[in-house]
Design a protein. Structure first.
Length: 417
């Protein structure tokens, strides 16, 4: 449908879609003139009885929604274009809700279209239709002449030269009329989009909402893909490596008469298999630990703390479980922060606190290390990467790390389920 609209409005093809555009212009005349009687009534009221002047204005406001429906149906039926709709006012049947609907900017912009732009467009509509009528009449003048009695054509031969000029002018108008019609349709469409559709602020708000929704979809898809990779590695490659390590261990235990070189090769392969299993376990936990999905954030963070060489106190107090995406972000932020503590902070202990406060989740990671962590100097990795991961779900990230310590990383995440 939108393709048909685009083809009809393409320059260089004046007659393509000219019928639909002309029908659109003709259908717009009664809709554009619908408010004229009310304004004439208003003019008469102002001249005679000022007490009834609000009535025409109220009637104009009352018929505006009906005229909106007519205009949208006109565009949809004739050129396949859907006019955008402004944001609908809040529901309710009280006087307050009615007053709120009457004072919306969208209603007054629509009323301005029907009461001010409509009559002006009606004049242009009638002018374009008159051009079409004159062009068709003049171009087909010889048809009209041949419809006259033959005796008139024989006795009055002077009509031939004048008819030739009139026909030529009609043909010229016939080529000009589609261009005028297309220009008028563009003008009318632009006015309808601006006054009947959403305002610029509403369009930006819708765009922001659409982008936020699409970003959330991308994040959810990425999280689901990480889970799939974790399952594939856990159920596929990891199980094969475990089976290989078991078989190598059995070979070491049962094949006692092997040469020393062969036993050395089996020992080396057995050790490499166990190291590969350990590395694969770390990789799987880094992608998406199964315990996080099965038992939640408390158990997953406790598992991270138990594997560290320094004591870590973990306290998780959430009234409800957050969304999987936010939960994964919180887990990876804490995991990466604790890894940095072990590698760089020279700390003797650390503390992780997670608590829910209303619609937000507060995550605090503190250590007693040397401090000096600089978010600006991270160069896109480390703390800067954590900040970007937090920002991807509309969270906030801050790091307070003076020289000499302590270092406190504070993260706020949306806690909607």
């Amino acid at each position: 449908m939108q393709l048909r609209t685009r083809l009809q409005l393409m320059p260089g093809r004046p007659f393509r879609g000219a019928g639909h555009r002309t029908a659109l212009v003709a259908a717009g005349v009664p809709l554009h003139l619908a408010v004229i009687p009310l304004w004439l009534w208003l003019a008469g009221a102002l001249a005679g009885a000022p007490a009834v002047t609000p009535l025409p204005v109220l009637l104009t406001l009352a018929v505006t929604p009906l005229l909106n429906v007519g205009q949208r149906r006109r565009y949809r039926a004739l050129i396949g274009k859907d006019l955008p709709r402004p944001a609908a006012p809040g529901p309710g049947r009280t006087w307050t809700s009615a007053l709120r609907r009457l004072t919306t900017r969208a209603l007054w912009r629509q009323t301005c279209y029907h009461a001010v732009a409509g009559p002006l467009l009606a004049v242009l509509d009638l002018a374009v239709l008159a051009v079409w009528a004159a062009a068709l009449t003049a171009a087909s003048l010889y048809v009209w002449i041949w419809a006259l009695p033959p005796q008139w054509r024989v006795t009055d031969l002077g009509y031939t030269t004048q008819a030739a000029y009139i026909t030529a002018g009609g043909l010229a108008l016939l080529f000009l009329a589609p261009w005028l019609t297309r220009a008028l349709v563009r003008l009318d469409t632009r006015a309808a989009e601006v006054l009947l559709g959403p305002s610029r602020t509403e369009k930006l708000a819708r765009r922001v909402a659409d982008l936020a929704e699409s970003r959330a979809g991308v994040l959810d898809a990425a999280d689901a893909e990480r889970r799939r990779i974790e399952r594939d590695l856990h159920d596929g490659a990891q199980q094969r490596l475990v089976a290989l390590a078991v078989n190598l261990g059995l070979a070491k235990a049962t094949l006692g008469d092997l040469p020393a070189d062969a036993r050395k090769v089996i020992d080396e392969a057995h050790r490499e298999a166990k190291e590969a299993i350990a590395e694969l376990n770390d990789l799987v936990r880094g992608l998406h630990p199964a315990v996080l999905e099965d038992r939640g954030l408390d158990a997953a963070l406790s598992g991270v703390a138990a594997r560290l060489p320094i004591p870590v106190r973990v306290a998780v107090d959430l009234p409800r479980r957050p969304s999987p995406t936010v939960e994964a972000v919180a887990y990876f932020v804490v995991s990466e922060a604790l890894t940095n503590v072990v590698k760089h902070a020279r700390a003797t202990r650390a503390e992780v606190t997670v608590e829910g406060t209303g619609e937000r989740m507060l995550v605090v990671v503190a250590d007693d290390g040397a401090g000096g962590a600089d978010l600006a100097a991270a160069g896109g990795t480390g703390l800067a990467g954590l900040a970007k991961r937090v920002a991807s779900v509309d969270g906030t990230f801050s790091c307070h790390s003076p020289a000499g310590g302590p270092t406190v990383i504070t993260v706020e995440l949306p806690c909607a389920p």
